[in-house]
Design a protein around this ligand. Structure first.
Ligand code: FDA
Length: 309
């Protein structure tokens, strides 16, 4: 990655956590260009988008946006929204599970209360015959996030899984341990700013680790969500699965709402299981900025459009 691109990416990731920039962005609502990546501000809008995806043979995972809360009362409101969302999914008869962020449930403020909140959501999902994915945030939360998913499994709630980031050196060990349990995992490259002491700084190394970890999971037969828009990797892994005789019901591809939509449709039409991550809600700013940081060309495109008015 060129130095200029790396600096731009770092600056954008720093902006993702900037409260003043967030307040300014929220004032302008989804008009800022976030609508490309965010399904809307309400549950109803998001369920409509899921209906459209389902018609194209694509499943969904709904994410009510929010993270890094400052008071536990916020976590309570998010928890209630997730329970209503799970009931809404059942009532609407759409094919979708849910994804949530542990810091949205209070992980950074009160880990025990965050666990209790997530347990309530997973129990509600269990009653609805549904599944909860605990997203992975930055490295200070990795141990605790994996710990919550394992603790819930230990209580017999196996309709929950978490996420492993290929950029972290520790991920190979985490995968080995969680595959033995066994736990349903989503594999991603990783979206946060991490120090060199913890994460591969070079993209080719992250890509190589992603391939390695994905193949280990496919071989294991434990259900894996391969979450990437990287067409070369997707093609390689499909070929690998075919060669190794791995059944298509043991894995799915996941992509984000608004990114590589044609590829999502094409894979679904070719018989792959595809799930689209559909975020909605008012707290879209950090999510939106991370999407810009992944591909600085997105930011350049938006800036050109704002200037043109
Ligand atoms: P890569 O960055 O190599 O991009 C490959 C190609 O995809 C690009 O050339 C471009 O065509 C396209 N592309 C990628 N990003 C784009 C963007 N923003 N806009 C337009 N095109 C883009 N991370 C995390 O740390 N914790 C998590 O819990 C999750 N959860 C998650 C769920 C799902 C369903 C997905 C798809 C991703 C995540 N991520 C995540 C984000 C992930 O870590 C990673 O940052 C992004 O997926 C981008 O990396 P790619 O693997 O897509 O490849």
């Amino acid at each position: 990655m060129a130095i200029g691109t790396r600096l731009f990416r770092s600056a954008l990731l720093a902006m993702a956590g900037n409260r003043a920039a967030e307040a300014l962005a929220l004032k302008y609502g989804l008009r800022l260009g976030a609508r490309q990546f965010v399904a809307g501000e309400t549950r109803e809008e998001a369920l409509d988008k899921v209906r459209d995806l389902n018609r194209k043979g694509i499943e969904a995972t709904l994410d009510h946006l929010g993270e890094g809360i400052r008071r536990m009362s916020e976590a309570e409101a998010y928890k209630q929204e997730y329970v209503r969302l799970l009931e809404g999914i059942r009532a609407a008869g759409v094919r979708s599970n849910v994804s949530l962020k542990p810091t949205q449930m209070g992980l950074a403020l009160d880990p025990d209360a965050a666990y209790a909140n997530i347990r309530e959501i997973v129990a509600a999902a269990d009653r609805c015959g549904n599944f909860v994915r605990i997203d992975m945030e930055d490295s200070p939360h990795t141990d605790a996030t994996i710990g919550i998913a394992r603790r819930l499994h230990g209580k017999g709630l196996t309709n929950v899984g978490t996420v492993i980031q290929a950029y972290l050196y520790r991920s190979e060990d985490d995968i080995r341990r969680l595959t033995a349990e066994p736990m349903n995992l989503r594999l991603v490259k990783g979206a946060y700013k991490e120090p060199k002491s913890l994460a591969y700084p070079r993209k080719p190394d992250v890509d190589a680790n992603f391939r390695r970890l994905a193949k280990a999971r496919l071989r294991s037969g434990v259900y894996t969500a391969i979450a990437t828009h990287d067409e070369t990797i997707i093609r390689e892994l499909r070929l690998f699965a075919r060669r190794e005789g791995i059944d298509g019901s043991a894995y799915e591809f996941q992509m984000l709402y608004g990114i590589r939509s044609a590829l999502q449709e094409q894979l679904a039409a070719e018989g792959c299981r595809v799930r689209c991550y559909v975020p909605y809600g008012r707290m879209w700013y950090p999510y939106f900025v991370r999407r810009l940081a992944e591909r600085p060309a997105n930011a350049a495109f938006l800036i050109r459009n704002w200037i043109r008015g």
